[in-house]
Design a protein around this ligand. Structure first.
Ligand code: BGC
Length: 244
């Protein structure tokens, strides 16, 4: 069965019909630039453009980079604050005229990786971390997701961890791979101290360059592997979230 998945990111809004049996895109994805400012109405119009590109009618799963409870967006660390407290599921569903399921972006990537990627077959505690504009987290035990964990906002040296160790922080502070890897390692050590996972899955765009920094991350007990679905994990996970 195919379900449509949309991934709302800081730079792009991308989507495609997803083949849920294969955990892969059924058609090549279509992407539009995220409007700036990323106000709810403007983002919803972009989501509509992506869905209409495929002439899709049916359920749509959508990711959002913040806490989602019962379809309401509760936080918006890296997007417009107008999202906070909004019934975004209802708003998107009205705009599209289609049923919408809304899920945190890292949670979506996590469920996709657990079913079809790097987390497959792992029953212990698995933590997927996405390194991008922020740091997203998805925590699993026995294959079950604990939603909205927000481990990117743990405090490190008095700062929000994502401000120190996201891939945006690497760019903003012009950090070498070595310096950034040291920050990532320190962050992972902190998360490991709290949760003792058996596996960390490292996602986000930077996971494509895992060979540049993962070999520099030492001193972590858990196994650390790059995400496998990479750029499509959000879209696949968004579609998987429908009907969960
Ligand atoms: C948000 C999370 C999101 C992550 C990655 C964080 O700033 O609070 O909800 O998953 O960024 O986009």
């Amino acid at each position: 069965m195919n379900v449509f998945g949309v991934d709302i990111g800081g730079s792009g809004i991308k989507g495609a019909p997803v083949d849920l049996e294969r955990g892969d895109l059924a058609q090549e994805r279509f992407k539009v630039l995220t409007p700036h400012p990323a106000k709810p109405d403007a983002v919803a119009a972009s989501v509509k453009e992506v869905v209409e590109h495929f002439g899709w009618s049916g359920p749509v799963g959508v990711t959002f980079p913040g806490v989602i409870m019962d379809g309401v967006t509760r936080t918006a660390a890296n997007v417009d604050k107008a999202w906070i407290g909004l019934d975004a599921r209802a708003m998107l569903s009205d705009t599209l005229g289609l049923p919408v399921t809304l899920i945190n972006d890292a949670d979506a990537a996590g469920i996709a990786e657990m079913a079809f990627g790097a987390g497959k077959g792992h029953d212990g505690t698995v933590i997927l971390l996405t390194f991008g504009t922020g740091i997203g987290s998805a925590v699993f035990s026995g294959g079950q997701l604990v939603p909205n964990t927000e481990l990117g906002h743990l405090e490190l040296h008095g700062h929000d961890a994502e401000k120190r160790a996201s891939s945006k922080a690497k760019e903003d502070h012009d950090l070498s791979w070595k310096h950034w890897a040291a920050r990532v390692e320190e962050y992972l050590a902190h998360v490991e101290m709290l949760f003792s996972p058996e596996l960390f899955v490292i996602g986000g765009g930077v996971s494509r360059k895992a060979d540049r920094f993962l070999p520099l991350v030492n001193g972590i007990r858990a196994q650390i592997v790059p995400a496998e679905l990479q750029n499509n994990a959000g879209i696949v996970g968004a579609a998987m979230a429908c009907g969960r």
